[in-house]
Design a binder for this molecule. Sequence first.
Ligand SMILES: Cc1cc2nc3c(=O)[nH]c(=O)nc-3n(C[C@H](O)[C@H](O)[C@H](O)COP(=O)(O)OP(=O)(O)OC[C@H]3O[C@@H](n4cnc5c(N)ncnc54)[C@H](O)[C@@H]3O)c2cc1C
Length: 328
Amino acid sequence: MSEEIVDITIIGGGPTGLFASFYAGMRQMSVKILDSLPQLGGQLTELYPDKYIYDVGGFPKVLAKDFVANLVEQAQYSEPEILLEETAISATREGDHFVLKTDKGVHLTRTILLTAGIGAFQPRKIGLSEEEGFAGKSLHYSIKELSFFKDKQVLVCGGGDSAVDWALMLEDVASNVTLVHRRERFTAHETSVNQLMASKVKVITSRTVKQINGADGQAESVVLVEKDGTEELLSVDHVIVNYGNVSSLGPLKEWGLEMDRTSVLVNSRMETNIEGIYAAGDITNYDGKVKLIAVGLGEAPIAINHAKAYIDPKARLQPLHSTSVFKE
Ligand SMILES: Cc1cc2nc3c(=O)[nH]c(=O)nc-3n(C[C@H](O)[C@H](O)[C@H](O)COP(=O)(O)OP(=O)(O)OC[C@H]3O[C@@H](n4cnc5c(N)ncnc54)[C@H](O)[C@@H]3O)c2cc1C
């Protein structure tokens, strides 16, 4: 057990948690960041690193992975202790601090900021018996590097935003792209669907993948099946599945936090119902809440400034302007 008591432990190293780390540094707080994933960046790194984001202030267009790289650099300002592949399990108060238990150990912290997004998440699997043999080699649930698929025959499965976005982004990288969707109608944004229909991507609807054929983890073809049982063989090198994610707040649900279905309820100070535990970003809900990166980036400083004033009641709530803190 680490004996040092830090001022704030941030649970979740997505954009909200990373910006909170920077901000806690501005308020001279000591910081620890925990994330159950092997890397920082939350949904941006795990689900769409090569996708552009257009709706964060100051960046007309920025790749998710580049945005995360900037946030990680900025987060270093607090010199946080970063613990990856570590999942928060429980928190109990002991005097003026919390004892936070994880799947790897115990941490002592004066306050906690929950920036756990949609929870520890996992992609919804394709559900084929042979999937284990292909997973990570030619069966994928996310795309880390677009160039990995250069000149390959790629099948994208799904009808939501991610599936359509990936198919369009691969259009000029892969030798050919097919998108298969089990329904006629797409749930993806209408503009993206129109773009898809006008693209070189071959679109097949009302069919699902019944089987992946190949050897040593390398796919060679897939069997597509219609509802009436009609089968079709399609030659492929890679299968990318975008059936959405199964996410779960898991152990966080047992903390006694006031919640609605999947979100932690907070007030306008980003305080939860447990004194000393704050929440920000996608994990929160309140009247009028909108789940966006930009919103999480705004909620993080609110939570941090209130956590600072909670630990040290003499501290100002309203921080100095950053230009006063960072004198060149
Ligand atoms: C395909 C796609 C495209 C998107 N495009 C946009 C866009 O263009 N613009 C926009 O504003 N938003 C977009 N979003 C939404 C955006 O990604 C989220 O709003 C944002 O990621 C929320 O950030 P966060 O830091 O609150 O949570 P997250 O990014 O979800 O990060 C939470 C982190 O907490 C960790 N965690 C969870 N539980 C625990 C635990 N118990 N212990 C330790 N760690 C834990 C998770 O592993 C994760 O890394 C998109 C989402 C998707 C899926």
